[in-house]
Design a protein around this ligand. Structure first.
Ligand SMILES: Nc1ncnc2c1ncn2[C@@H]1O[C@H](COP(=O)(O)OP(=O)(O)OP(=O)(O)O)[C@@H](O)[C@H]1O
Ligand SMILES: [Mg+2]
Length: 240
């Protein structure tokens, strides 16, 4: 069997209370994996531990078979782990194009000339559908364009693994569909995706497997049908 792209072994993280407790998650190459759970259940903390923003107190993280538990953030990014932030944080005084050339220069195109970087950045903006905004600044963007920029910035790292933290929150139903189509395209191109999302329709239609966190504990894992019909999941969301 092929090594999973991501494997966590019993990771725990405490902030004086357990935000993650003995969490084991495996994501396979090419998979579309969902991570759901009520507010405060540890989803963003999980992304932070995988990307190296936070260190787990216990447990291990393997990426493509390699132990990255203690690796610095920027080195994990260069291995191909990229994330979006729940609250987008673009460089507000720079153009949309430069918001993408900067991570490009950091990641895949360290040696590239300015023209080469800009060509590559434009390709990414095209792929995401905001190339017409290339020379504007983030304050000129609508909410969905802002989410797309957040995606474009993550893609500039040429990721193998893309972790999405509620990239569709607050969008209309047709905007959600727009983002889902982009994500399907990225997945078709070989990018493995971990989606954190409260919009159930999006998670259930997009993800092949889903894990559920509740108060830092993984309470369920399975296909969309299985998760929808899982008693403990229902209890976690709706109470007894
Ligand atoms: N750096 C931190 N210091 C202290 N507590 C934190 C920190 N980060 C998160 N927490 C707490 O840990 C718990 C899990 O937070 P986390 O952000 O991972 O939840 P989440 O599942 O992403 O929630 P949401 O759906 O609201 O985004 C929460 O109680 C949160 O307040
Ligand atoms: Mg969160």
């Amino acid at each position: 069997m092929q090594t999973p792209l991501l494997e966590t072994h019993s990771i725990s993280k405490s902030f004086g209370f357990p935000a993650l407790l003995n969490v084991d998650i495996q994501v396979n190459h090419g998979e579309r994996f969902g991570l759901i759970g009520p507010n405060g259940s540890g989803k963003t903390t999980f992304i932070n531990v995988i990307t190296g923003v936070l260190r787990a107190d216990e447990g291990g993280v393997l990426f493509d078979g390699k132990d990255i538990t203690s690796m610095q953030c920027y080195r994990r990014a260069r291995l191909g782990i990229a994330r979006t932030f729940q609250i987008p944080k673009p460089f507000i005084s720079l153009s949309i194009l430069d918001n993408v050339t900067i991570p490009l220069k950091f990641g895949a195109y360290k040696e590239g000339s300015k023209t080469r970087l800009e060509e590559e950045a434009l390709k990414i903006l095209q792929l995401i559908g905001i190339e017409s905004k290339a020379y504007e600044t983030p304050e000129d963007l609508t909410q969905i364009e802002m989410r797309k920029l957040e995606l474009a910035r993550a893609l500039a790292l040429k990721p193998k693994f893309l972790l999405l933290d509620e990239v569709m929150a607050g969008l209309s139903s047709s905007e959600v569909d727009d983002i889902l189509a982009i994500l399907r395209n990225l997945n078709d191109q070989g990018i493995t995706i971990l989606m954190i999302e409260h919009i159930m329709r999006a998670v259930m239609s997009f993800c092949q497997r889903i894990a559920v966190l509740n108060a830092g504990i993984k309470i369920a894992e399975g296909g969309p049908e299985e998760i929808l019909n899982h008693k403990e999941v229902e209890k976690a969301y709706l109470g007894e």
